[in-house]
Design a protein around this ligand. Structure first.
Ligand SMILES: *Cc1c(COP(=O)(O)O)cnc(C)c1O
Length: 337
């Protein structure tokens, strides 16, 4: 598929990925609903086998490959959830996978991807060097490059979250989700807006390195300086040669919201203490925006996508264990899943 994805592609993706990907639960969150003028439920992508929603897009992309393409294998550049997703989908489908990373990657991330049966290739001192190696494998081994977001099949795969949301909450008024390259939010918006144009779609990202928001302000894809952030899975650019997600997000997203590192910490703590959920920073940004009242005029019933659980234990312990002086640590969980 070389044209922009449509609702039909999302329906097809749903059928394609069903045997391999969990249909995730939508759970109530009274403690969070109490903080807004309406009610919000949480869509738990944390329960996917790889701990994040990216398995949807990667599985759909690999499933749409021809027999000849499968024979050649795939290659991806990622240290995080995209690498896990491609490795896992390739393993399930019996396709050879190489994941390229730079020397800066932490050993536990290498192990996680190797454990899923992919070959890990460590090249150079930056993500750019890893990309050069991936492109070499495309040229010399004819491997298929799997993009983390700017690919119609990947976008359609992530969009299956939107179909599940409207089934579980037919009167849904709004959806809140994290935004980086825009595959997740673009896919969800595409599906929901095609079904009901009135559904409000809200994208949230961190202040430190918000490539999509800066690009939309500038009217075209721009690069931003990457800064260390708790929401590391939302890092990286949108690609100066972006083909699909920039326009999707620009045309379909109703609100773009920025959250601070402190607000992400508070959201991760609250998700743990109120709901007993382990989340990575990038998955907590929607809750951060909701609980700090950053979304103007929010009314009705909605959902917030909790996109992943892949946080290293040191970081997580530091966040949930920090002193006892925040109310979240002393309050009782109001709902048990
Ligand atoms: C990749 C990712 C996102 C953002 O998805 P995009 O399609 O790049 O916008 C959000 N949360 C988690 C946990 C992710 O891994």
């Amino acid at each position: 598929m070389m044209t922009a994805p449509t609702l039909r592609d999302v329906y097809r993706a749903r059928k394609t990925i069903a045997p391999y990907v969990n249909r995730t639960p939508l759970v109530s969150a009274p403690w969070l609903s109490a903080q807004i003028d309406g009610s919000v439920s949480l869509k738990l992508e944390t329960v996917q086998d790889i701990g994040a929603f990216k398995i949807r897009g990667a599985t759909n992309r690999l499933q749409q490959m021809s027999a000849a393409e499968r024979e050649c294998g795939v290659v991806a550049v990622s240290t995080g959830n995209h690498g896990r997703a491609v490795a896992s989908a390739a393993q399930r489908l019996g396709i050879s996978a190489v994941v390229c990373m730079s020397e800066l990657v932490q050993p536990n991330k290498i192990d996680a991807i190797r454990a899923l049966g992919a070959e890990v290739r460590i090249v150079g001192a930056s993500q750019d060097d890893a990309e050069v190696e991936a492109m070499r494998l495309v040229r010399e081994e004819q491997r298929i490059f799997v993009h983390p977001f700017d690919d119609p099949e990947v976008i359609a795969g992530q969009g299956t979250i939107g179909l599940e949301l409207i089934e579980d909450m037919p009167d849904i008024d709004f959806v809140v989700a994290g935004l980086s390259g825009g595959g997740l939010l673009g896919g969800i918006a595409l599906a929901l807006k095609a079904i009901c144009a009135d559904i409000r779609v809200i994208g949230v990202t961190m202040e430190r390195g918000a490539a999509m928001i800066e690009s939309i302000k500038a009217g075209a894809p721009v690069t931003v300086t990457e800064l260390p952030t708790l929401a590391d899975s939302l890092g990286g650019g949108i690609g100066l040669d972006n083909r699909y997600t920039f326009e999707l997000v620009r045309d379909l997203i109703d609100d773009l919201i920025l959250v601070s590192e402190e607000q992400i910490v508070a959201a991760m703590r609250a998700l743990y203490y109120q709901q007993r959920l382990v989340t990575e920073g990038g998955a907590a940004v929607g809750v951060a925006a909701l609980m700090h009242g950053l979304i103007d005029g929010l009314i009705g019933r909605g959902a917030c996508v909790i996109s992943g659980a892949n946080v290293d234990m040191q970081t997580f312990a530091r966040i949930v264990d920090a002193s006892g002086n925040e109310s979240a640590s002393t309050s009782h969980p109001s709902s048990i899943q």
